[in-house]
Write a protein that binds this ligand. Sequence first.
Ligand code: NA7
Length: 552
Amino acid sequence: MANMDQHPQKPKGNGAVEHYDAVVIGAGFGGLYALHYLREMGLSVRVYDGAAGVGGTWWWNRYPGARVDFPGGPFYCYTFSEELVQEWDWAETQPDQPAVLAYLDYVADRFNLRRDIQLETWVHDACYDEDRQRWMIETSAGARVSTQFLICAVGTLSAAYKPDIPGIDDFAGESYHSGRWPHKPVSFAGKRVGVIGTGSSGVQAIPEIASEAAHLTVFQRTPQYTIPARNRPIDPEVIRQARENWAAIRAKMNASPSGSLFEVSDRSALDDLPEQRQKLFEELWQKGGLHLLFGSYADIVTDKDANRTLANFLEGKIRQIVRDPKIAEKLMPNYYVGTKRQILDNGYYETFNRENVALVDLREDPILKITPAGVCTERGEHPLDMLVLATGFDAISGALLRLNPKGRGGISLKEKWSKRFDTYLGLAIADFPNLFLIHGPGSPSVLFNMPLGAELESAWIGDCVRYLREHGLGAIEPTSDAEKSWDQEVAEIANRTLFPLTDSWYTGANIPGKPRQFCVHLAGPRYFQRISEIAASDYKGFVLEKKIPATD
Ligand code: NA7
């Protein structure tokens, strides 16, 4: 896989080592809150991020149409500060990327975080020094840094994936990856644009590009189910109620399987007659967003027959919306609905009714190569002025592997994770003492409200650090046995669902050669209960080391 990020060469430092209690890598939702939490505990903390601004995934993913694909507004944001909830005005139900970035910029100022954040700085190397119980870090700015705790808040969708298509670097026109979108305005006007990829990013971008470009060619390998987001201004009453009852709302989100306020159905899709189901599906389709998936029936992602009922409904919608039946058939997905990241769109299927949009089905007409002039498929050349790669990410584990820390005995994460992405609790890794993960493999990460999950995980990490300090301990690390049983727990929960059966970035199937493993802990609130129980049991499953007296 081509590396999308050309990290700057390391300038020579002056040799002095900077010392911190904790280093956090990443200044997105996870890293910003980890900084706040640890600093409030009195720790010296330094955050490094390669981007030129805070925001993490929301800093990089600024492609047209990028929006929150979860219940947004006051429900996709930090929950820890009641004042913040009172102060920040969300305008839309599915905030767009500039709105989320503006919020994170505000948070960085509001909590005075910037003084401890160093931007445009990549961590090049991180090695654990067993004798000192500290991590030694080298940055792209040439600094050498020593820290007791290393918190990796590197993002689940941050290692952009550029496929190995012959000639991909030869294209002579403008070329952009959705996850590395430029900060200058990009104009599609009068241009022949090609988009490769129809996941969340492609589906969000395609209607926007089509409305401006002279012509758009969509290169689709795998069609996906998408549901109208029905983004709209937030009802001021919803905001008022959220502000008035924040503690109760926060508790409700904490207790919900997805970390949201969705009313979850406890009924089977198979208990209803077809007309009843159709009526309910239609109602929830009109409501928009994830209601259809979460609020219709309890067994949509656990029972194949229940899943088929929703698939039939959505396929009917595609046939209804897309006027040309041949194009509609090309857009027909073939997987268990809901087991890939559920896409929320703004007029995606409708886009294929436009005169200036063409769909190339790569399953019957594969890409042979990319030339300076465009994309060559088996059936001919598609001349283009601009190529957009919406080809996704090496998700969940990719950014950690790119960092490739070296743990006990010099073992690298790449060696450790060559076959499986073992962690304990999704928070820690055997042989990597004092290293913590936010949204790591084996945590609820991408299938739970991510800002809320980041808060809960950061607080767990902070409390663990406090425990070590209060007990005169210098290092903590899980046992391999604990990792094995955690791995089993994650798999057992997942195997009660249809998720592992689908090729997706949840299972790693989008990256050639990546080990297949469904890495998301699907038990939401039960997960957070489990990790607090483990903390309360004096960190069962971990080895705790006495503090070695400092020698420097
Ligand atoms: P996804 O969901 O991984 O989508 C990537 C798309 O790119 C998907 O349609 C892939 O088809 C396609 N792809 C990847 N490689 C190729 C090649 N070689 N040829 C043709 N098509 C290819 O990533 P997204 O960025 O859309 O979604 C991640 C988002 O989830 C994130 O931004 C949040 O919004 C939530 P495939 O399915 O592999 O056949």
